[in-house]
Design a binder for this molecule. Structure first.
Ligand code: FE2
Length: 171
């Protein structure tokens, strides 16, 4: 098996609208409409009980690696002291639980995970202390809990069954 490439780089920012404006001006990239990764089942070291997590996000069209801008939320993995390069993302990780076990076996712990209602991992982050201050993010192929910025449902691509930050294709 070849090693998976980094699909996106997540950067935690204090103000998402300002960050989109600045990153657009500097990179020339196009950023998606703002959405929210919204779940009731987030756990991290600061708050290991399943809790509400509502991260406002925007992805670049360009990539991979795409740039994921995320706005500060909560006190743990996405808290204000975590601003800066936050993670390297690997979506489509077929067995995120297995990957967690593999990395734990070589001393790379987890800190931060979103679960389905029945306890399966939607995504998880490595502990930033394990890899020199940067996390890896493993995202399951299961449909994620992303909604539009106003909380409404995102458009779902009938071809893939997955929602999209970008809406239906422009004709
Ligand atoms: Fe990410």
């Amino acid at each position: 098996m070849s090693a998976p490439l980094i699909e996106h780089i997540g950067i935690l920012v204090p103000d998402l609208e300002a960050a989109i404006e600045r990153w657009t001006a500097v990179t020339g990239y196009t950023f998606s409409p703002i959405a929210r990764y919204r779940t009731q089942n987030y756990q991290d070291r600061v708050d290991p009980c399943p809790h509400f997590h509502d991260a406002r996000i925007s992805f670049s069209l360009e990539g991979p690696p795409r740039i994921e801008l995320m706005e500060v939320t909560g006190e743990g993995t996405h808290g204000p002291e975590q601003i800066g390069v936050h993670h390297f993302g690997f979506p489509g990780t077929a067995d995120p639980e297995g990957r967690m076990e593999e990395l734990a076996a070589i001393g790379v712990a987890d800190d931060g995970k979103a679960l389905t209602d029945d306890g399966r991992i939607l995504l998880w982050f490595t502990d930033k202390g394990a890899l020199d201050g940067t996390r890896l993010e493993y995202v399951s192929p299961l449909p994620g809990p992303t909604v539009a910025d106003d909380g409404s449902a995102l458009w779902v691509d009938p071809a893939t069954g997955r929602n999209s930050l970008w809406g239906p294709p422009k004709r």
